[in-house]
Design a protein around this ligand. Structure first.
Ligand code: PAF
Length: 278
């Protein structure tokens, strides 16, 4: 496995690599969710490339950029075990050199949900993902369904900036009790870890209500909120039942719907989602 620090070296490695090339962008702190992306990409591509870069542009001023878990040695050894061929681990100035002033703004879908609670977040994600796709020119790039809105943002920028990759969305990996695997789960105390199960429980409630014939989206949102509000440690940012492509909130569920939520458990902000009516 080659580890490179510069964009030029990463591009040079991949420009002569056997195709197809699969790319897995990460911010490190690898967990089972990242491993699922790497395994899926490994099985479908001749060359597997990955990146480790904690992107400051996608963190708000009050967010956990400095505290974000970092362990590059452990990440590299996991990447090696997953069969990665080339890893790009740029320094901050390599991605954002002094005077950097070009940002990618994907517009409407980025203003909803996470965009409303984390202003500027998707501008940061879209900018770094555009750069990584432009440098690596992969045939395929892999993202986790847990960040459902990020997947839509990436699909849009890839299409509208003609970056030419196939964007592959990989299902969310869950712990045995249903908690979606996330780098931020390490911040949870044992009591918060128990309370965090309410995210998955409320999504399961939505699924059950729909299966039992409920199609009124506001009633399902209301019951989800009630369930979450029973947990004293939980504070809701949003509970959404939206169109899977526009993210417009739905009144009635008639076809597929993205049920998503963001909940603060103590100081830890968690997100999760499921798609209903596929
Ligand atoms: O999902 C993530 O880990 C990040 O948002 C990404 C796609 C690597 C961009 O920094």
């Amino acid at each position: 496995m080659k580890v490179v620090q510069t964009a030029d070296a990463f591009r040079a490695e991949l420009s002569t690599a056997e195709r197809p090339v699969g790319l897995v962008p990460t911010m490190g702190a690898l967990h089972a969710g990242h491993m699922a992306l790497l395994h899926r990409a490994r099985s479908a591509n001749a060359t597997l490339a990955a990146t480790i870069f904690v992107n400051p542009a996608q963190f708000g001023p009050q967010e956990d950029f400095l505290a974000y878990p970092r362990d590059t040695e452990a990440d590299l050894s996991q990447m090696e075990s997953a069969g990665v061929d080339v890893v790009f681990t740029p320094a901050l100035e390599e991605v954002y050199p002094r005077g950097f002033d070009t940002y990618v703004d994907v517009g409407r879908i980025a203003t909803r949900l996470e965009g409303e609670f984390r202003p500027g977040h998707f501008r940061g994600v879209a900018t770094v993902v555009s750069k990584l796709l432009a440098i690596a020119r992969p045939d395929r790039a892999y993202f986790g369904q847990k960040d459902a809105q990020q997947c839509l943002v990436v699909k849009q920028l890839n299409a509208e900036l003609n970056l030419g990759a196939e964007i592959v969305v990989v299902p969310t990996v869950r712990e045995d009790d249903g908690l979606a695997v996330s780098s931020r789960n390490v911040y949870l105390s044992p009591d918060e870890r128990k309370a965090a199960l309410v995210l998955h429980r409320s999504l399961s409630l939505a699924r059950r209500l729909l299966e039992e014939g409920g199609s009124n989206a506001e009633e399902i949102r209301r019951q989800m909120r009630t369930l979450i509000d029973e947990k004293p440690l939980a504070r809701i940012d949003y509970v959404s039942i939206a169109d899977t492509t526009t993210l417009d909130e739905l009144d009635q569920i008639t076809g597929s719907a993205l049920v998503s939520l963001a909940v603060r458990i103590g100081n830890v902000r968690l997100i999760d989602n499921i798609t209903l009516g596929d």
